[in-house]
Design a protein around this ligand. Structure first.
Ligand SMILES: Cc1cc2nc3c(=O)[nH]c(=O)nc-3n(C[C@H](O)[C@H](O)[C@H](O)COP(=O)(O)OP(=O)(O)OC[C@H]3O[C@@H](n4cnc5c(N)ncnc54)[C@H](O)[C@@H]3O)c2cc1C
Ligand code: FES
Length: 289
């Protein structure tokens, strides 16, 4: 059920480079939302910016009636959002999209890959997975591969310490952990330690997702990839968030899935990855961030 709700800002804090954590008092939406779904935020009254902006649920607390968004300031809309103080009013629509499924396999190992702000929908999922594996004593078999351009983009590491999971850090500039792409670290680690995960969850730039998808398909690992695209409505009306997809019934035909209503979580085999990088729905940030 999609709900339009006028909500107030509980708090806003800067947690990393250009990265803010926003807590919203959103009683109705918090009761309906699931991990991996998203919401559309009207960041400001009036027509500038005109379009609502999509954000994943970072944390859903139905008991407190609070939802959290973890976001990076990249442009006009997110800049306005970063200016909201406690008590500010915002109009949001959610929950939208399909969300993550907890593993049907297992009980472990489980792999999660987060690129930059792609950590946003992952944290509460990791907490749920850790709770799921706690009775078997296997929380260390949850492997998070967390990559960023540089160390100051990471959200604080203490968030992971209490979970007891294994975190593999990587940065493009080598300022923390592996120097280079997080997907290379993923591939090398899985090969070296002979790990065959029962599922891989992933969220991050599309170029990263392409490599995660390739690795998952080559190794027969079931995947749940949270993909982004430019979004005008978020409601399935404008068709602007189309991604080239595989039509299992007619593989030769052109077929599209829409991130806002068919996703944002897709299996690797659902997407035509070779077409995606030149597709107009792909924002440049996917390729270069
Ligand atoms: C389902 C979904 C969930 C998302 N979850 C989060 C989240 O949890 N945290 C977060 O920080 N961001 C998230 N995003 C991306 C976020 O919506 C954009 O960063 C935001 O809309 C940019 O708005 P802006 O006005 O600040 O930037 P603009 O001025 O509109 O654009 C600035 C730059 O950001 C790029 N951009 C704009 N829209 C998107 C988009 N939808 N996806 C990727 N790049 C975009 C533009 O191409 C441009 O390079 C999500 C996007 C989708 C589709
Ligand atoms: S954003 Fe309009 S249809 Fe998906």
């Amino acid at each position: 059920m999609k709900i339009m709700e006028d909500v107030s800002v509980v708090s806003q804090e800067k947690v990393a480079f250009q990265t803010h954590l926003l807590r919203l008092s959103a009683g109705r939406i918090s009761r309906e939302a699931r991990l991996g779904q998203f919401l559309m935020v009207q960041v400001r009254d009036g027509t500038d910016p005109l379009l609502r902006r999509p954000f994943s649920f970072h944390r859903i607390d139905a008991e407190q009636g609070v939802v959290e968004i973890l976001y990076r300031v990249v442009g006009r809309g997110t800049w306005w959002l970063s200016q909201c103080d406690s008590g500010a009013r915002l109009r949001i629509i959610g929950p939208l999209g399909n969300g993550f499924q907890l593993p049907q396999c297992g009980p472990a190992p489980v792999v999660a890959v987060a690129g930059g702000i792609g950590i946003a929908p992952m944290m509460q999922l990791l907490e749920k997975l850790a709770q799921w594996l706690a009775p078997s004593g296997k929380t260390r078999e949850i492997h998070l591969f967390y990559g960023a351009r540089t160390a100051e983009e990471f959200i604080p590491g203490k968030a992971f310490d209490t979970l007891g999971i294994t975190v593999h850090w990587s940065t493009d500039d080598g300022s923390r952990g592996h120097e280079g792409f997080v997907t290379r670290l993923l591939e090398d680690t899985m090969r070296r330690e002979k790990i065959k995960p029962c599922v891989v969850y992933s969220c991050g730039p599309l170029a990263m997702q392409y490599h995660v998808a390739r690795w998952a398909l080559e190794n027969g690992v079931p995947s749940q990839l949270s993909l982004e695209s430019l979004m005008a409505c978020g409601l399935g009306a404008c068709l602007g968030c189309a991604l080239p997809a595989v039509n299992p019934a007619a593989p030769q035909e052109e077929h599209y899935l829409h991130v806002c209503k068919d996703g944002p979580v897709f299996k690797a085999e659902m997407i035509q990855w070779h077409k995606i990088q030149t597709h107009p729905a792909t924002p440049p940030i996917f390729l270069f961030s």
